[in-house]
Unconditional design. Structure first.
Length: 197
């Protein structure tokens, strides 16, 4: 019996040693080397971004009409505008310039206007109220709460989803070179009879 008693503890000791070694080997995945580039796909200082041309930005009256349409007038609202020059593969027309608006309280990013190479910006002839309403319902808006996926690969062929790194990059470039506009809380105008404002 003493011989069996010595063999069992020795066998158990070997089994425990092997079991302890297995998780350590399995816990070393090759993933860090592969996923490292995905964590920083965008440069910190991106020369494609610049301070926007003020003529291309919506007026304060237009932004107030935008906020009135979206019923967001009771608190301070902050916007950031940034201009970006697009190159391939983001566009078929290299040099195209896009003005984007980040609305922090609304957690959204809006494409305001786009200029091709050689075009000059011509302000619209709409009144601010109409322009603000149109901006509130325009396409080209990213809802940060619903339209954001974890990685660029997750975007796939979607035409409305964007990746978290893309959003973070837009926010960082807006902080770096964008123009901030703050609209204090205000009372929206009382609609006139007949549907006008």
């Amino acid at each position: 019996m003493p011989t069996i008693a010595r063999i069992i503890p020795a066998s158990l000791a070997l089994a425990f040693a092997l079991a302890a070694a297995l998780p350590a080997t399995a816990a070393v995945p090759p993933a860090p080397a592969v996923s490292a580039p995905q964590r920083t796909p965008y440069p910190v200082i991106d020369p494609a971004f610049s301070r926007p041309d003020g003529r291309r930005m919506p007026s304060r009256a237009t932004l107030r009409a935008f906020l009135t349409e979206l019923k967001s007038t009771r608190q301070v609202n902050t916007f950031c505008f940034v201009q970006r020059k697009l190159e391939r593969p983001d566009t078929a027309e290299p040099g195209t310039s896009v003005l984007s608006m980040i609305w922090y309280e609304g957690e959204s990013i809006h494409r305001i206007n786009r200029l091709r190479v050689g075009q000059s910006y011509a302000p619209g002839t709409m009144d601010p109220e109409t322009e603000g309403r149109m901006l509130a319902h325009a396409t080209g808006t990213v809802d940060i709460k619903t339209d954001v996926v974890p990685t660029d690969a997750d975007v796939g062929t979607s035409t409305f989803l964007v990746s978290r790194p893309w959003v973070d990059h837009m926010l960082a470039q807006c902080r770096r070179v964008g123009t901030q506009v703050r609209i204090p809380a205000f009372k929206p105008p009382v609609p006139r009879p007949g549907g006008g404002s």
